[in-house]
Design a protein around this ligand. Structure first.
Ligand SMILES: NC(=O)C1=CN([C@@H]2O[C@H](COP(=O)(O)OP(=O)(O)OC[C@H]3O[C@@H](n4cnc5c(N)ncnc54)[C@H](OP(=O)(O)O)[C@@H]3O)[C@@H](O)[C@H]2O)C=CC1
Ligand SMILES: Nc1nc(=O)c2c([nH]1)NC[C@@H]1CN(c3ccc(C(=O)N[C@@H](CCC(=O)O)C(=O)O)cc3)C=[N+]21
Length: 277
């Protein structure tokens, strides 16, 4: 069997087109403040991509960049000011931050209704309680990919590898909200492959290149690879794509899978936030 390829670039274009129409209907341009600290090349690249796509759909680019030695207080003051600014409808604090900074304390300063990354305590609480709110972009993008493919989630065995606040945990909660039977794996999980083999839907976000091999995949399963690794041969994921695509029913490529969807859902969340503010 050869798996269907879940094309994140194509689906992201559709989500972005929807956002463009929604922005025109809003009557006023949303404003997204991306906050970047330091000059980590990967973070700089992601933020550049986010800003470029915002501008293309009519979102005002209110980028703020800080040197890596910025103090907690300076950054806190800047985030407070963005929170108070009515022209700023969304705030994204790019992670990770340099080690001297307390990311949780800074995230706590983002007004929940401007939390387009869905990372504040309030957004996480709303998701955990099943209440309306802004959801983290990557898990939201994964759900869009699954829905576009027509994957059945209700009653399905879903396995999520990884439990970060950015990806794994909110992913598990979103799948639970769609009535999947959800198992969450992490670095202490015994026999990862055996647990993964139960999955009808397998979402891998561990940050370990090639962690999931063909023996961890049930024939016909839908496999979503969130991992991103820069290698001399190009971008790779957490899934051994050549081997797993021979077993799975459907699979996301890296690049061109979850990554483009993350940015598309950021634009969608920015529209949602601007509409409700
Ligand atoms: N495509 C996209 O849009 C995005 C891609 N990413 C990528 O996704 C990956 C994960 O990101 P993120 O969630 O932020 O990473 P984190 O490092 O925050 O979390 C990794 C998780 O994987 C678990 N883990 C680590 N090793 C293993 C193992 N051997 N077996 C099972 N679980 C393991 C960890 O367990 P424990 O909790 O026990 O330590 C942890 O819960 C990275 O490659 C990142 O670059 C991230 C965000 C967006
Ligand atoms: N507060 C915060 N929010 C995030 O959403 C966030 C973050 N911090 N920190 C880092 C991770 C990583 N992330 C990606 C976004 C886009 C691609 C993406 O566009 N990937 C393209 C390839 C781009 C390339 O060439 O590198 C693809 O997979 O096709 C990847 C990864 C968002 N993250």
């Amino acid at each position: 069997m050869t798996a269907a390829i879940l094309d994140g670039r194509l689906l992201a274009e559709k989500v972005v087109a929807r956002a463009t129409g929604d922005i025109a209907a809003l009557g006023r341009a949303p404003g997204l403040a991306t906050v970047l600290v330091g000059d980590d090349p990967a973070s700089a690249l992601y933020v550049r991509n986010k800003r470029r796509q915002c501008v293309a759909v009519g979102i005002r680019d209110l980028h703020r960049r800080f040197d890596a030695d910025v103090t907690q207080d300076e950054l806190a003051e800047a985030i407070r000011a963005l929170g108070d600014d009515p022209g700023v409808t969304g705030i994204l604090l790019q992670l990770p931050l340099p080690p001297h900074l307390d990311a949780d304390a800074l995230l706590a300063l983002i007004p929940p209704d401007k939390d387009v990354d869905g990372l504040t305590e309030t957004s996480a609480g709303r998701l955990a309680l099943g209440r309306p709110g802004l959801r983290p972009c990557t898990p939201l993008g994964v759900l869009e990919l699954l829905d576009a493919h027509g994957a059945t989630l209700s009653g399905a065995e879903a396995v999520v590898v990884g439990r970060s606040s950015l990806v794994g945990k909110p992913m598990a909660q979103l799948l639970l909200g769609r009535d999947a039977t959800v198992t969450v794996c992490h670095s202490r999980t015994r026999d990862l492959a055996a647990v993964c083999r139960r999955a009808d839907v397998l979402v891998v976000a561990a940050g370990i290149r090639g962690l999931v091999a063909a023996d961890a995949v049930k024939p016909g399963a839908t496999v979503i690879d969130v991992g991103i690794h820069r290698t001399p041969g190009g971008l790779r994921g957490d899934v051994d794509f050549p081997a797993v695509s021979a077993v799975a029913g459907a699979i996301t490529p890296v690049p061109g899978g979850v990554g483009p969807m993350t940015i598309a859902m950021l634009l969608a969340n920015t529209v949602t936030a601007a509409r409700t503010l």
